[in-house]
Design a protein around this ligand. Structure first.
Ligand code: PMP
Length: 406
C-alpha cells in the first residue's frame, strides 16, 4: 500500500515551520518523534474534559480517567500481543523500565558471581543499570562483540554462556547504527539454556511489528515518545511468572494492599510496580499514538521507511569521503556517518543553519563509538512523515559543508 505522506505530514503541526529561514527537515526521529494532532488532542482532552486522579475515586471524573488509563493498558497489551494486560507496566520510559528490571529482577534472581550478557551496541540505559548492579551485588557483565558492519557476532555468544548466565539484555534495534538484531534466534538460543531475555525495544516498536508472545521474550521495554506519543511515559512488559516473583521497585501509594507500622503487603500486578500517581495523561496519549500507527499500519510504515533508508543510503554513498557506520544486512531507517575528517558537531551545526535537524555525538553509545575508534557520528533517522525531498536537501547540505571544509 502506498502511503499519502503529505496527508500524514498534515497531522503533525510542528513540521510546518521554518528554521533559520528554511523549511524544517526533521531527521532526528531516533531521539524523539514528533506528535500527531490526534495525540496532542488526546492529552489536551484529559486536561480540558476529565482530569482527575485515577483509581479509588468515587466521583464521575475519576471513573472516566481511570477507565481511559486502564483502556490504554489494554491498548498496549494488544499492540505488542501480551497475554495479559497486567503484564504491561507503565513507567517513565525505557530507561526506567531497564532500571526497574535491574533492581527488581536483580534483587531476586541475581547473586554475586552471576553473569548478565549485553552487547557492544547497547544504549547507555542498557549498560549502566547493569554496571550499578555489578557494584551493588558483584555480578559481572559480559559483552557480545559486533563485526565491522555493526552486526552481533552470534558465534561468540555461544561461547559466552555459562551456568552463571542469568539474563541476556539486548537492543532490538541499535539507535546509533540501525542494526536490527536477530532477537528471535537469540531468544531461542537463550531459552534452550533456560536463560531469560530482556529486549530494549526503544528503537523498534515504531519501525517493526512486535509480538511478545511469538518472540517469547521475558521482558520487552520501550518509550512512548519515540512512537509518536508523549514524553514521560514508557512500557515494561514482563511475563507474569517473573513479575510476580520480583520485588517492588518503589514504595508508596497504589503499590500496596495494606499498610501498618507492623508491616505492609503489596498490591497485585500491575499496580505493585506503579507506585504513586502515574502519568495517566501520558498513558492516554500513548494509546492515541498506538491508534495512530495502527491505523496507518506498522508494516506500511516499515515498508515506507525502508524505501527512505535505501534512497538515503544510495544518495549519501555518492558523497566523496562518506563513511557510513552501520551497514548491517537488516537495518532500520537510521544512517550514521562521518565525512572525511569533518567533526560531527560542525556538520550538525551547519546543517541546522539550512533547516535540517540531525543528531551528532556518541548517541549515548560510547562503547560502540570506542569499537569504531571515533568520537561520534552524524545521525539522520527517518520517520513515516519524512520525504525523499528532505533527503535530497540533506545530501545537498552535506556537499555544501564538505566544500566549505575543503
Ligand atoms: N535504548 C535505546 C536503544 C534508545 O535509543 C534509547 C533512547 N535514545 C533508550 C534506550 C532510552 O530511552 P529513554 O531516554 O526514552 O528512556
Amino acid at each position: 500500500m502506498s502511503l499519502d505522506i503529505q496527508k500524514i505530514r498534515n497531522d503533525f503541526p510542528i513540521l510546518d515551520q521554518q528554521v533559520h529561514g528554511k523549511p524544517l527537515a526533521y531527521l532526528d526521529n531516533a531521539a524523539t518523534t514528533q506528535k500527531p494532532r490526534q495525540v496532542i488532542d488526546a492529552v489536551n482532552d484529559v486536561y480540558t474534559k476529565y482530569n482527575s486522579n485515577i483509581h479509588r475515586g468515587v466521583h464521575h471524573l475519576s471513573n472516566v480517567c481511570t477507565q481511559a488509563f486502564e483502556d490504554a493498558r489494554v491498548k498496549v497489551q494488544k499492540f505488542i500481543n501480551a497475554e495479559h494486560s497486567h503484564e504491561v507496566i507503565f513507567t517513565r520510559g525505557t530507561t526506567e523500565s531497564v532500571n526497574l528490571i535491574a533492581h527488581s529482577f536483580g534483587d531476586v534472581f541475581l547473586k554475586e558471581g552471576d553473569e548478565v550478557i549485553v552487547s557492544q551496541l547497547e544504549h547507555h540505559s542498557n549498560i549502566v543499570p547493569w554496571q550499578m548492579l555489578e557494584q551493588r551485588k558483584g555480578i559481572s557483565l559480559n559483552v557480545i562483540p559486533i563485526n565491522d558492519k555493526g552486526e552481533l557476532m552470534l558465534e561468540e555468544l555461544d561461547e559466552m554462556f555459562t551456568e552463571k548466565t542469568k539474563l541476556v539484555a539486548l537492543a532490538h534495534i541499535s539507535n546509533a547504527l540501525g542494526t536490527i538484531n536477530p532477537i528471535k534466534t537469540i531468544i531461542d538460543k537463550c531459552h534452550q539454556r533456560d536463560i531469560p531475555v530482556m529486549i530494549d525495544g526503544a528503537q523498534a516498536v515504531q519501525h517493526v511489528s512486535v509480538d511478545v508472545q511469538a518472540l517469547d521474550c521475558d521482558f520487552y521495554v520501550f518509550s512512548g515518545h519515540k512512537l509518536y506519543g508523549p514524553t514521560g511515559i514508557g512500557i515494561l512488559y514482563g511475563k507474569e511468572k517473573w513479575l510476580d516473583q520480583m520485588t517492588p521497585y518503589q514504595g508508596g501509594g497504589e503499590m500496596i494492599q495494606t499498610v501498618s507500622f507492623e508491616g505492609t503487603t503489596f498490591n497485585e500486578l500491575p499496580f505493585k510496580f506503579e507506585a504513586g500517581t502515574p502519568d495517566y495523561s501520558g498513558a492516554i496519549g500513548l494509546a492515541a499514538a498506538i491508534d495512530y500507527v495502527t491505523h496507518i499500519g506498522v508494516d506500511n510504515i516499515a515498508a515506507y521507511e525502508h524505501e527512505l533508508l535505501v534512497y538515503g543510503t544510495d544518495k549519501l554513498e555518492t558523497i566523496p569521503q562518506m563513511n557510513i557506520y552501520g551497514t548491517a544486512a537488516e537495518k532500520a531507517s537510521v544512517i550514521s556517518f562521518l565525512v572525511g575528517n569533518i567533526h560531527p558537531y560542525d556538520m550538525g551545526m551547519m546543517l541546522d543553519k539550512m533547516g535540517i535537524a540531525v543528531r551528532t555525538g556518541h548517541h549515548c553509545a560510547q562503547p560502540l563509538m570506542q569499537r569504531y575508534n571515533i568520537p561520534g557520528t552524524v545521525r539522520a533517522s527517518f520517520a513515516v512523515y519524512n520525504t525523499r525531498e528532505e533527503i535530497d536537501r540533506l545530501v545537498e547540505g552535506i556537499l555544501k559543508v564538505s566544500q566549505l571544509f575543503g
